[in-house]
Design a protein around this ligand. Structure first.
Ligand SMILES: Nc1ncnc2c1ncn2[C@@H]1O[C@H](COP(=O)(O)OP(=O)(O)O)[C@@H](O)[C@H]1O
Ligand SMILES: [Mg+2]
Length: 582
């Protein structure tokens, strides 16, 4: 019923829960005072010795008790709010920090949509657990005992019967819990699945429309929603049924207590005032636990959500204490490197490559031969590789991710631009960059003139840079990478799928950069790599040949074949265009 790990999250919110219980307890005492005054009044009236002053005193006592009770309840709800706000904040911080610590490879372990759901709805589900359930749990133990102690002075037998009936409610809750746990886990499973496909279909909506596959997907989602509806109804039915069971026990228990009281009254063991006091307070024995029962289901839901949250928080983190790279020149060596995403299917194997400091090296090969996989290894994203990769003489797997990111920059084929301004996006590369520095890199990638016609550095960038052309996005991403100013740059198809003009501009910048930095250029278009110091040709996951462009062209090999083939294709295209133009 209590999860110690969740309690540990409470931290300084613990005092809110404790004070909440105290305020509720005061509220109960007010209630007792009120009913006691009324009962006394009845007893006196029954006995026939009622005085005006006594009536007034009773009325004042009742009135004060009501006002005090109102104040206590208010205090308790305020603290409930404080406790849940506090814990929700803490949990969301933890999730966020964890994602940062998981680093670039977080998607290997958890889907983005699942993280979103956990941080939003999942955390929200814990509100009741912390805000109400925990305090109610302590209070519902405290209240019957308090009432028993007070009422035992009035009539021991009746109050003992009431106290004995109380544990029937938690027994029924435990029974329901056994049933509920499996159901709730299933509920959460279906819920996150639905979220996954909803997010995916929404993101791919344009594609779905183009292929007219939207209707099919809509039908699939309908089916998933139906499943979610069915499981939700099951959960609700279970909750309603168990509520009815608890009601029967609670009010049944109170009724038994009342009957015993009446029989005690009939036997003359208790006066009319005492009997009324017990009867009016009988239900108070059960109400706290009954309320606990109704919070319990929401709390259970929260606990099921917390399992998922803790699973995320428990994911192993990359070692932050790893080795640190020295500033300055960086050389990289791969010896006999292999990697597979799935067992039994090696993507690259036995790869040996050298990227000396300050060199310009290229990796080429047809699509799917493993180029990006090599880049992923160098960026620390593909962790479980075999063989040896050294950076500055240190084993890559022992270097801290942070240090690696400070020295290697990757520009991929669709770099992510964030919603905000051009300035915001550039500052990600270097948080303290000056206006001049930003201007210089924008000029290098030939964007400055264009931006001048907009709002300069304050030009808005929409999500994923959707208000820029593909070429402009890549050039802006390149400018950001240049600001980052690391010793090593990896360009993985940085110029694919963009206009020729942008491609030429970007290649110019890369060639200039290669004069002062260690550059690794990955490209399937061989015309781009001609000027490199060394070219590695990958075929089926291993290096088939390497050397300068001239070396490679002087013998018969895969590179020469591919180069001639691409050359032919491109010149054929050019002639076609010329013919059309004439
Ligand atoms: N995350 C992944 N999970 C499983 N297989 C992958 C993953 N990424 C790439 N692959 C597979 O690895 C092979 C090489 O991919 P990649 O290195 O991206 O090729 P390239 O960049 O040379 O086009 C492909 O067959 C691809 O299907
Ligand atoms: Mg690739």
């Amino acid at each position: 019923m209590i999860k110690t790990r969740l309690i540990r999250l409470l931290d300084h919110a613990k005092k809110y829960v404790v004070f909440q219980v105290i305020w509720k307890w005061f509220s109960l005492l007010c209630q007792v005072v009120m009913i006691f005054s009324l009962s006394l009044l009845l007893q006196k009236a029954w006995d026939g010795d009622l005085s005006g002053n006594f009536v007034l005193a009773c009325i004042i006592a009742v009135f004060c008790a009501i006002i005090l009770r109102f104040f206590c309840d208010r205090q308790a709800s305020y603290l409930s709010y404080k406790a849940s706000v506090d814990v929700k904040g803490i949990l969301r911080d933890r999730i966020y920090e964890k994602l940062l610590k998981l680093g670039a490879s977080y998607r290997e372990s958890v889907a983005t949509s699942e993280v979103v759901q956990m941080a939003a709805e999942g955390v929200e589900q814990l509100e009741t657990y912390f805000g109400r359930y925990l305090s109610q749990l302590s209070y519902s133990l405290l209240a019957p005992v308090t009432l028993f102690v007070i009422l035992s002075f009035v009539d021991l037998k009746a109050s003992a019967v009431l106290l004995v009936c109380v544990p029937l409610i938690p027994i029924s809750i435990v029974a329901v819990q056994k049933l509920a746990k499996k159901l709730l886990n299933k509920y959460w499973g279906i819920y996150t699945e639905l979220g996954d496909s909803f997010l995916e279909n929404l993101q791919g909506l344009t594609t779905l429309k183009i292929y007219r596959a939207d209707e099919e997907k809509a039908a699939e989602m309908d089916e998933e929603s139906q499943r979610f509806r069915r499981i939700t109804m099951k959960v609700l039915t279970m909750q309603l049924n168990s509520t009815s069971v608890m009601d029967i026990i609670a009010y049944g228990g109170a009724a038994v207590g009342m009957i015993v009281t009446l029989s005690e009254y009939a036997k003359g063991k208790v006066g009319i005032g005492g009997a009324m006091m017990i009867i009016l307070l009988a239900s108070e024995f059960f109400i706290p636990l009954r309320l606990l029962g109704s919070f319990f289901h929401i709390a259970m839901n929260g606990m099921a959500a917390s399992d998922k949250i803790f699973a995320l928080l428990d994911l192993p983190e990359p070692d932050e204490k790893g080795e640190i790279l020295e500033p300055g020149e960086i050389d990289i060596h791969l010896a006999g490197v292999g990697f597979s995403y799935e067992e039994d299917r090696e993507i690259v194997s036995g790869i040996s490559m050298d990227f000396p400091a300050g060199s310009f090296t290229s990796i080429v090969g047809t699509s799917g031969c493993g180029k990006s996989t090599v880049a992923g290894i160098l960026m620390g994203r593909n962790k479980g590789y075999s063989g040896s990769v050294t950076v500055q003489g240190k084993q890559l797997r022992e270097i801290s991710e942070k240090s690696l990111m400070e020295h290697i920059t990757l520009v991929g084929h669709n770099s992510y631009l964030f919603k905000g301004t051009v300035r915001d996006n550039l500052l990600m590369g270097k948080s303290d960059a000056t206006e001049e520095e930003m201007q210089i890199v924008l000029e290098k990638v030939n964007l400055f003139g264009f931006l001048q016609t907009q709002q300069g550095l304050d030009t808005t960038v929409l999500e994923k840079g959707s208000n820029f052309s593909g070429g402009q996005c890549q050039r802006l991403a390149l400018a950001r990478a240049l600001l980052h100013d690391t010793s090593v740059y990896i360009f993985d198809e940085a110029t694919s799928n963009i206009d020729m003009e942008s491609e030429e501009m970007i290649m110019e910048v890369i060639k200039e950069l290669a004069k002062i930095k260690t550059v690794l250029l990955i490209s399937h278009r061989l015309a781009n790599v001609v000027g490199s110091d060394r070219i590695y040709m990958l075929e089926n996951g291993s290096v088939s040949c390497f050397g300068t462009h001239d070396d490679l062209m002087s013998s018969e090999n895969g590179y020469r074949k591919l180069y001639s083939y691409q050359n032919e294709l491109e010149s054929y295209g050019k002639e076609e265009r010329k013919a059309v133009a004439e």
